[in-house]
Design a protein around this ligand. Structure first.
Ligand code: 13P
Ligand code: SF4
Length: 378
């Protein structure tokens, strides 16, 4: 079995990895919408084919309106890979911009408009914690038992690189089951990071729910590592605070309030929520579900609230209801991409200045690229 060796990668806390990124200058802080829209359009016009603006489905309306493409994290990485533009302005969170940098060519530059846009779940699997867990679990695994690490796209590039080095790969919410199959073709146990809910939901999909165990990275001595390493699937105890909030009771109440409503949820939701829903899938699947609905149907959306709001606007013929009603949460990482930041980075680019560049270190980039390529193959 491959033994963990401490690899030559960045190990400081990921959340602070990009602390050199710049803050919004004062003169951009109070722009009005009309002026801002005009300035964004003018900067994009100036830049022409040299720039593409990619936006995640959870971005606010004022950003989505200026994006050249809006999609889920898998679609966005494919779009970044296919882009010819010199500049990819990524309206999303740090791990997505990192993946775009890994996938795009050396002559292309990825810009993340705001330095604050760090997904808390990605920060729940720090390289140091993963190193420590890997050492314990591989030592505890039975003689020839091979552990294959899989990391969800929602993780930093150093973890993706680690997975590649250990024979593993990356997955998104739409292909996690295929990534698990890839891993089980090559090893005995999957270590899935960082989202325990996506891991558990995937285990159910594959009929393997009875052989999972959880690894608590904050209290690694709380459980017997040998017993955990014996499981077929080891789930890292991370989660998304937006999706973790939904409960089966929310689903029950919304069905009581909306006769005949159907419910579609993201696989980052708890198992009980996925079981209570009618459909589960990535943000792209949620969009397709509403786009394909017949007029008059009611669809309840169990994910970040901005996507529910976009769907209400894009499909007025369908009754679109957010799963938690007014209490439905937005993602505080995605929210950091303020349209004033977008104006600033685009105007600076039009003037020939690059701001808030995301640049993954070379070795990490090569390895993370391997993990992403394996994902694109499954
Ligand atoms: P998607 O891959 O479905 O776009 O989801 C990304 C995400 O961050 C969900 O919380
Ligand atoms: Fe991260 Fe959750 Fe926000 Fe997605 S919704 S970017 S997983 S915090």
């Amino acid at each position: 079995m491959t033994k963990m060796k401490t690899i030559d990668l960045e190990t400081e806390l990921s959340l602070f990895k990009y602390d050199a990124l710049e803050q919004l200058p004062q003169m951009y802080r109070e722009l009005r919408k009309k002026e801002r829209d005009e300035r964004i359009a003018a900067a994009k016009d100036d830049l022409g084919d040299d720039v593409i603006v990619l936006g995640h489905n959870y971005q606010r309306r004022e950003i989505v309106e200026h994006a050249d493409f809006v999609g889920d994290s898998y679609q966005l990485s494919k779009r970044a890979a296919a882009a010819d533009a010199e500049y990819v302005v990524f309206a999303g969170v740090t791990f997505m911009a990192e993946s775009a940098d890994v996938i795009t060519g050396d002559e292309q530059t990825v810009i993340l408009p705001s330095m604050e846009a760090s997904c808390p779940m990605a920060g729940m699997a720090e390289a140091l914690q993963v190193d420590a867990a890997w050492a314990k679990l591989t030592a505890a695994a039975e003689d020839d038992a091979e552990i294959v690490p899989i990391t969800y796209m929602n993780s930093y590039a150093d973890l993706k690189a680690f997975c590649a080095e250990q024979g593993g790969l990356v997955c998104t919410s739409s292909n996690a089951h295929r990534a698990f199959e890839y891993a089980f073709d090559r090893g005995d146990t999957v270590l899935f990071l960082p989202d325990k809910h996506l891991g558990e939901n995937t285990a159910h999909r594959l009929g393997m729910a009875d052989s999972t165990a959880e690894w608590d990275p904050w209290d690694p001595t709380s459980k017997d590592a040998t017993a955990i390493a014996d499981a077929d699937i080891i789930l890292w105890d991370g989660y998304c605070q937006v999706h973790d909030r939904f409960t089966a009771t929310h689903v029950e109440s919304v069905r009581d309030e909306h006769d005949g409503a159907r419910v579609v949820v993201h696989p980052e939701c708890r198992r009980e929520v996925v079981e209570a829903a009618d459909r589960v899938g990535s943000t792209a699947t949620i969009r397709e579900t509403v786009a394909e609905a017949d007029p008059g149907e009611t669809w309840v959306i169990g994910t970040e609230v901005h996507l529910a709001k976009h769907l209400q606007r894009w499909h007025p013929e369908v009754d679109v209801v957010p799963l938690c009603g007014d209490a439905c949460m937005d993602c505080n990482a995605m929210r950091q991409i303020d349209p004033n930041y977008l104006t600033w980075v685009l105007e600076e680019l039009a003037e020939g200045r690059e701001r808030n560049v995301i640049e993954v270190p070379r070795r990490e980039k090569e390895l993370a690229g391997v993990a992403l390529e394996r994902m694109l193959e499954v």
